[in-house]
Write a protein that binds this ligand. Structure first.
Ligand SMILES: [Zn+2]
Length: 198
């Protein structure tokens, strides 16, 4: 998911146009494009597949998580699921507010607030698309960390939204599946030409 990153990015553009061409910004944009090129994009079948439980947390899993941390940071996203890098295993990474990036293996929802709210979401796999998605305002997720230790996340608001977005990815569900018909049609108009160009 790329919601906040893009928001802040847009803000920067409004306020200091002159700095867009600064060398560090040019390099950051180049890194972002390189990362996006390694993240599966709309039309890729992996995005529609169900990820499998991870039975053993070994070095392969830890290496995968490290790679995903790097891609998430370079792509300026706030979350990334293994299916988005073509790996059908139940693992995602996300930015946990001020605590920084963390990984969750075999996440499962154990509690979910009945109350929901809509907000615009983007996705690193659906470039150029932002659509409103209704999400639970509070969620409790359990799983394990990269050492196999149990983790329990009690999340609210924006972070709860990010994690629900990543959980969806592990089941092959995308934001366009969760928005209204009109916004879905608009999104598909933006996405379709890219598929044709492949
Ligand atoms: Zn996404």
């Amino acid at each position: 998911m790329s919601e906040h990153a893009h928001h802040e990015h847009d803000h920067d553009h409004d306020h200091d146009h002159a700095e867009v061409d600064e060398p560090e910004n040019v390099e950051a944009e180049a890194r972002r494009q390189l990362a996006l090129a390694q993240i599966r994009q709309w039309g890729d079948p992996a995005l529609r597949m169900q990820a499998h439980e991870i039975e053993e947390i070994d070095d392969d899993v830890r290496r995968l998580a490290e790679r995903m941390f790097g891609l998430m940071e370079d792509a300026q996203g706030v979350g990334l699921a293994a299916t988005q890098v073509g790996v059908l295993r139940r693992l995602f990474v996300f930015v946990d507010g001020d605590d920084g990036p963390r990984a969750v293996v075999n996440p499962r929802v154990v509690e979910r607030a009945d109350e929901t709210e809509p907000d615009e979401e983007g996705c690193l796999s659906l470039q150029g698309v932002r659509v409103p998605v209704e999400r639970s305002t509070r969620i409790v997720v359990e799983g394990t960390d990269l050492e196999g230790k149990p983790v329990r996340l009690e999340l609210e608001g924006y972070t709860a939204r990010v994690v629900q977005h990543e959980l969806d990815h592990l089941d092959g569900v995308l934001i366009i599946d969760r928005t209204d018909d009109e916004r879905r049609r608009e999104a598909l108009r933006i996405l379709r030409p890219r598929v044709v160009l492949r």
